[in-house]
Design a binder for this molecule. Structure first.
Ligand code: ADP
Ligand code: MG
Length: 699
């Protein structure tokens, strides 16, 4: 359908989102092809309803809901079909043939209209095949078979679009969770307004039992929030002043005032829904294989059918009895059967339904998958590489030791470090700023070197905070500093060296020893990955080897690489790929962007909290829960297993019927019945992925 809209002059781009049923069209305002586009969609037998137009430069765009209106027609056609068979017992053939003919007209009206649209777009689709087959059957006087074929075909199409609508709804439901009213706090008191009318920075009040209408930060009150629409985790999370809350989550206990941080259209949940819709519309490589296959397969079988119809009677001369008009009839019938068999119904739905369902399933579990391709890659992952800080550890590090090395007192070391780290968003920076109030002098010229450290001018003096390697580059490591750092490292702490100077002449003034607790679910997740068939689990970190060894031991990871700079992590990903196959990198998505990007799948943790991670990762674990990872890899594997089953089943049934048709043992209606039947089996098989959280956990 999108293809036929694209043919219309003035249409710049047209895309139908398979998952949401939205048709988005960009057009040239001079030509204004909107009317023609609506006509094309209606012509293809769909209902259409305008959603919104965006006058966005450079091109105006408009989107429509495309609705299927097949149910009633299919119902009437089925009744007519049954009636035709019942009337078949009468002496006269006329009533029965009449009922069949009506069934063909009612049930087939959509099919032939779509066939015309497809031919005009110079493609051969299933509708063309079916129209030919049914016209042929009618020409041979096989009215009953023609009617059965068309009704079964229409029924199959209807069930297919319903199953897609079902998965579509499961995502749409997420959006509807954000309430339609917000209590905006004004000087005069609270007023109820639409969320879209709340200004960013406005204060809204959310009572216990209500859902949050907009993203924001808690300003007053404490409460627990059920964040399951976003993270998949239904255990309420406590929030107090300063904590982020998301639209669509449920306030379970106390009254809170929230200062909003995003307009209604840009809430986290809205972004997630858009990303999921885009993901469901994108195609996995296996799907492209299926499409390519049907593009070749369908014309080949059509040519074969023509050859059978034309050439058959000549061959027929060889088999006694199959000569003359009777023989010809038999061959045409076989050719029609071939046509029906050439319809790749089941094959075409074998993949998308499974993938759309799996993406919906993952979303409900708090895992945002950016496309079917990543499910496919997840299934083939040979090694999972974890970043350490913020991924295997909680990312809430605490400074537990501050050592002064020079003439500056310990307090000064801590406050200078805090002044610099106030400008970094590395997890370690949070520990440093939490440990001491920043020095009061003005800070300027902040330079952060990812994976190493930060430095800035504090009241004209340069202050650097970073790893020992970073300090080494600045030339500040001395015997005393080394020994102190080593002592802290041996305790499994992450070491930061604080140095000051005028840039060319720097000296270490102190050391910070930082501890970051290992996530309680980390070792379980590592075990589950191994049980799930991922042979290699590796840790990549910029931290010192002793801290790395401690975390590795606590999580059961046997292989780790420490003191890696960001480029080093990228190189390590390349080496792991050589050694073990496709690599999944799991990181926090903020500091690990290069490693995530170089992986076959980049997976970001706790992504709901970071818009960048949400947009850039291939897969985002929205919650802060590592157990989602093995579950996601398991889902990828099950998806591919189901896709493979579906493809094999569809092709096997085609092969059987091809053989039966060639030898004259298949009837038209059997061929359609098999095709529709298998399509339904394949759909049901795909929908299994949508259901059962228990199944998703592999229980
Ligand atoms: P990981 O690989 O464990 O996630 P990173 O690559 O983000 O760690 O950082 C590696 C090391 O670089 C840290 O252990 C720390 O010593 C240093 N570092 C990075 N960023 C900062 C910063 N903002 N402040 C201080 N040290 C930093
Ligand atoms: Mg990190």
């Amino acid at each position: 359908m999108a293809a036929s809209v694209r043919q219309i002059p003035g249409v710049v781009s047209a895309d139908v989102n398979f998952a949401s049923g939205l048709l988005l069209m960009e057009y040239d305002p001079e030509a204004d092809p909107r009317g023609a586009a609506v006509a094309a969609v209606v012509g293809a037998g769909h209902g259409i309803e305008a959603v919104d137009s965006e006058g966005g430069p450079p091109l105006p765009a408009v989107s429509w809901w495309v609705k299927n209106r097949t149910e009633i027609r299919v119902g009437i056609a089925s009744i007519l079909l049954v009636l035709g068979w019942l009337l078949g017992g009468l002496a006269s053939e006329v009533p029965s043939v009449g009922a069949f003919a009506l069934a063909i007209i009612v049930g087939g009206s959509l099919v032939w209209r779509r066939a015309v649209t497809s031919l005009m777009a110079r493609t051969l689709d299933m509708n063309v095949l079916m129209t030919l087959a049914v016209s042929g059957a009618a020409a041979l006087g096989e009215w009953g078979e023609g009617a059965t074929v068309i009704v079964l075909f229409a029924l199959g199409g209807m069930l297919e679009s319903r199953s897609v609508a079902r998965t579509r709804r499961s995502i749409g439901e997420l959006m509807s969770l954000a309430p339609e009213r917000a209590r905006l706090r004004m000087d005069e008191g609270e007023i109820e307004v639409a969320p879209a009318d709340v200004p960013v920075g406005g204060t809204i009040v959310v009572r216990p039992g209500e859902r949050v209408p907009l993203d924001g930060v808690v300003a007053e009150g404490v409460s627990a929030f059920d964040e399951s629409p976003i993270t998949g985790e239904s255990l309420p999370v406590d929030k107090r002043s300063g904590d982020t809350v998301y639209a669509g989550t449920l306030n379970t206990s106390g009254l809170v005032a929230i200062v909003t941080t995003a307009p209604a259209a840009e809430t986290t949940i809205a972004r997630i829904v858009h990303l999921v819709e885009a993901a469901q519309a994108s195609r996995a490589p296996v799907q492209r294989f299926v499409d390519r296959f049907s593009r070749v397969y369908t014309p080949i079988v059509m040519v074969a059918a023509a050859a059978v119809a034309i050439g058959g009677p000549f061959l027929g001369g060889l088999s006694p009895g199959w000569v003359g008009i009777e023989g010809w009839r038999e061959w045409v019938y076989r050719a029609l059967t071939l046509l029906v068999i050439s319809c790749p119904c089941a094959l075409v739905v074998s993949t998308p339904v499974a993938i759309v369902s799996a993406i919906a399933r993952a979303t409900r579990d708090g895992v945002l998958v950016k496309g079917g391709a990543f499910l496919e890659r997840a299934a083939h992952v040979g090694v999972v590489a974890f970043d350490k800080t913020g991924t295997l550890t909680e990312g809430r590090p605490v400074v537990i030791e501050t050592i002064a090395l020079g003439h500056e007192p310990v307090e000064r070391v801590a406050s200078l470090a805090a002044a610099v780290e106030a400008h970094s968003n590395h997890p370690l920076a949070a520990a440093v700023t939490a440990a001491a109030a920043p020095a009061s002098e003005a800070v300027s010229g902040v330079v952060e070197t990812p994976g190493q450290g930060v430095s800035a001018q504090v009241d004209g003096v340069r202050v650097s905070v970073g790893s020992a390697a970073y300090a080494g580059e600045l030339g500040v490591m001395s015997g005393e500093t080394d020994a102190g750092a080593l002592a802290l490292e041996e305790r499994g702490l992450t070491v930061l060296v604080v140095a000051t100077g005028d840039g060319s002449d720097m000296r270490a003034i102190g050391l910070l020893g930082v501890a970051d607790a290992v996530r309680s679910d980390a070792s379980r997740a590592v075990t589950d990955l191994r049980l799930g068939g991922v042979a290699h689990v590796v840790m990549l970190t910029g931290d010192n080897p002793a801290a790395a060894a401690r975390v590795a031991e606590m999580t059961g990871i046997s292989e780790y690489r420490a003191r890696l700079l960001p480029e080093g992590k990228t190189d390590a990903v390349g080496e792991l790929r050589e050694a073990y196959g496709p690599v999944a990198v799991v990181g926090d998505g903020i500091n690990d962007a290069p490693a995530l990007a170089s992986a076959d799948i980049g997976i970001a943790m706790g992504a709901a909290a970071s818009q960048t991670a949400l947009e850039t990762a291939d897969v985002a674990l929205l919650g802060d829960d590592l157990s989602a990872l093995p579950r996601f890899i398991g889902l990828g594997r099950r998806t591919m297993r189901i896709v493979r089953q579906n493809i094999a089943l569809s092709l096997a049934v085609k092969a059987v019927f091809l053989a039966l048709a060639m030898t004259g043992h298949a009837t038209l209606w059997m061929a359609v019945f098999a095709d529709t039947g298998i399509a339904l089996v394949v759909i049901a098989n795909g929908l299994r992925l949508l259901g059962g959280a228990a199944a998703a956990r592999g229980e």
